[in-house]
Design a protein. Structure first.
Length: 304
């Protein structure tokens, strides 16, 4: 479907990027955020996002297959400040009550591409990322600049920026959902951010293992396993999950070219294509080929 937006008198710029990413930039706030249909469905109350201060506001509209479902309960109205990042369901876009002198940047992206299930959308839409938070301070200005640069760059550069934007949104979404788990922010070891960063930098390394990670951080393998146990997972599961997430995104981007599924798997540290296909199906309920075909089809249909 084609995204729609009802703007005031200001200009509205819509840029359609690779990977099903659309960027909408307005110099005046719209009446309603862009979505997959002009308004809410049925008798569900359209929730409202409010702001009283001028400035720039960032939104991430989450598309999905099947047209979306009605929320289980009426969403709460949310008050935003300049620079806040707010996720929303593109199938049930909220109305805006904003002052005239503020701008809006919207990133519309398939939720599957950033690793979100349908049930995650309602959860993540309830809690915006404030500009003053740790993630907001880091990502709000970066996403704003990235949206502007991606929408004005030539095709090869724009495609790479779109890829980076999707990756950042995936990280942001994962952090937001993880932050809802009780106690996780207070009990996490100060070592874990460094360990997670090390894993990210070495995901493509087939030699990545608990022994390698422990040695790099001058701790025992036993203590490393204890740290991950406190996170509710294991070292192996975390590495596999992150590799699968990268493969899932890579299958959409690189699958349009000549790169095979086996090549994508090998790029992210899977030595056996058979093993990769088995764990991919276990994680996502479909084969890598089915995912690539479905995601590509959804990205195209999301553009009308």
């Amino acid at each position: 479907m084609t995204s729609t937006i009802e703007a005031r008198d200001g200009e509205t710029e819509v840029c359609r990027m690779p990977m099903g990413l659309d960027i909408v930039i307005t110099v005046e706030p719209p009446v309603q955020l862009p979505g997959e249909r002009p308004g809410p469905v049925g008798r569900q109350r359209q929730h409202r996002l409010t702001a009283r201060d001028s400035g720039e506001y960032l939104f991430v509209g989450l598309r999905g297959d099947g047209g979306g479902t009605l929320p289980a309960r009426e969403p709460d109205d949310i008050h935003l400040g300049p620079g806040d990042i707010c996720f929303y369901d593109a199938h049930h876009p909220p109305a805006l009550d904003f002052p005239e002198h503020c701008s809006v940047k919207v990133l519309l992206v398939p939720r599957e591409l950033i690793g979100l299930e349908e049930a995650d959308v309602q959860r993540i839409a309830q809690v915006p990322v404030t500009r003053s938070s740790r993630l907001g301070t880091l990502l709000s200005p970066f996403l704003s600049d990235l949206a502007h640069t991606a929408s004005t760059s030539p095709s090869p550069v724009g495609e790479m920026l779109a890829w980076n934007t999707v990756n950042l949104l995936a990280i942001l979404a994962a952090e937001q959902l993880a932050g809802e788990e009780p106690g996780t922010a207070d009990v996490q070891s100060p070592l874990m951010p460094k360990i997670f960063e090390f894993i990210e930098l070495h995901l493509t390394d087939t030699e990545l293992s608990p022994e390698v990670i422990a040695r790099a951080h001058h701790i025992s393998v036993r203590y490393l396993h204890k740290l991950f146990q406190e996170e509710g997972t294991t070292v192996g599961r975390w590495i596999q999950r992150r590799r699968l997430e990268e493969c899932r995104r890579d299958l959409v981007l690189r699958g349009r070219g000549n790169q095979t599924i086996a090549a994508v798997a090998n790029r992210w540290g899977f030595l056996s294509a058979t093993h990769f296909s088995r764990v991919f199906r276990t994680a996502y309920g479909m084969s890598p080929r089915e995912w690539r075909d479905t995601a590509t089809r959804n990205a195209r249909s999301g553009r009308g």
